[in-house]
Write a protein that binds this ligand. Structure first.
Ligand SMILES: [Fe+2]
Ligand SMILES: [Fe+2]
Length: 256
């Protein structure tokens, strides 16, 4: 039986783009903390401030209490929210046992966690990288290349995820319900794209001295580097689940 129809195969031709530092020396989060110092100590909290529409960059000197008053937020609730987010970041994302899942569960899990994360995170990283390059290229000549690389990587990843979600993962789910056929070509293509994304991510690491901010880096620059470090970590776990668990098991079952 073959279900790799021509219309589906055409989708492979392309798609459209629609470490954290340790907490030991950090002060506690209070309403009197300035939002700038909170993000400087915990750069990934920038994401929470962005969601709450609190300006942590140019408005970094305002206290959390003042920022909450401006946005009509309860300071105590906001402190609790920030503490929870900081704790989750320190603990790291809970990892699942991919090998214990069936193929459908694993494909669902990858879409619900890694793909969803990337769809939210990549536009934010592109926007921050552009902003940092525009404002600070005079200080670091590598920033325009960094912004270009982040943009290319985001575009590539959106295209890649589209192929997996529209073509390969539906096939994997069909294999689990009894369909059989040769899926080696699309899997080889996905693996080649993983390799390319890994290479581009390694270049991001080189361009940022291992995602390490220098003393002059502004809060947006620090948030960008923290976000890129998190992206790299997530990419490694994401590709591991596909290359080492989902793809080999689907390949073996498809020809059984
Ligand atoms: Fe994926
Ligand atoms: Fe993938």
């Amino acid at each position: 039986m073959t279900w790799l129809k021509a219309g589906r195969l055409r989708m492979w031709q392309g798609g459209a783009m629609p470490t954290q530092s340790t907490p030991s020396a950090r002060s506690v989060i209070t309403p009197e903390s300035t939002v700038g110092e909170l993000v400087a100590a915990r750069p990934l909290l920038a994401r929470i401030f962005q969601k709450l529409e609190i300006d942590y960059c140019c408005g970094g000197k305002q206290t959390l209490a003042a920022a909450c008053a401006r946005r009509g937020l309860d300071p105590a609730t906001t402190v609790t929210l920030l503490e929870s987010a900081a704790a989750a970041q320190i603990a790291g994302p809970a990892e699942v046992d991919a090998a214990a899942m069936n193929l459908t569960e694993l494909a669902d899990h990858i879409e619900a966690t890694h793909h969803t994360y990337l769809k939210i995170e990549l536009p934010r990283l592109v926007e921050m990288a552009d902003r940092v390059a525009t404002k600070h290229s005079w200080r670091d000549a590598r920033l325009p290349e960094l912004a270009e690389a982040v943009s290319t990587l985001a575009s590539d990843m959106f295209s890649h995820m589209h192929k997996e979600e529209a073509v390969l993962f539906p096939l994997v789910r069909q294999i689990e319900t009894g369909a059989r056929g040769d899926i080696s070509a699309p899997i080889a293509q996905m693996e080649a794209e993983h390799e390319a994304a890994g290479g581009l991510t390694a270049r991001l690491r080189e361009l940022t001295d291992g995602f390490t901010p220098n003393a002059e880096a502004c809060n947006t620059h620090r948030a960008l580097l923290a976000g890129l470090a998190e992206f790299e970590s997530d990419l490694h776990r994401h590709v591991h689940k596909e290359n080492n668990v989902l793809f080999p098991r689907a390949l073996a079952l498809a020809i059984s």
